[in-house]
Design a protein around this ligand. Structure first.
Ligand code: SF4
Ligand code: SF4
Length: 60
C-alpha cells in the first residue's frame, strides 16, 4: 500500500503539491497538506519534486 508521508514541520501549506497531483490524492486542511486519497496515488512523484520544502516522501 502506498504511503504518502507529509513532514508537518516542513509543510507551509502552499498547495503546490495539490496543484500538480492529477489523482487528487492531496488536500490542504488547516494550513497543512494531507493525503486524503493515498490509494488513488499514481506514484508520479510530481508532488515530491514540486514541494519547495522537501516535505513529501512516498513509500511504496
Ligand atoms: S506521487 Fe503523484 S499521484 Fe501520488 S500524490 Fe504525488 S502527485 Fe499525486
Ligand atoms: S508543496 Fe510541500 S509545502 Fe506546499 S503544501 Fe505541499 S507538502 Fe506542503
Amino acid at each position: 500500500m502506498t504511503r504518502i508521508i507529509i513532514n508537518e514541520t516542513r509543510c507551509n501549506g502552499c498547495g503546490d503539491c495539490v496543484g500538480v497531483c492529477k489523482s487528487r490524492s492531496l488536500e490542504i486542511r488547516n494550513g497543512i497538506c494531507i493525503a486524503t486519497r493515498p490509494n488513488e496515488c499514481k506514484l508520479c512523484m510530481l508532488c515530491k519534486v514540486t514541494c519547495p520544502n522537501g516535505a513529501i516522501e512516498i513509500e511504496v
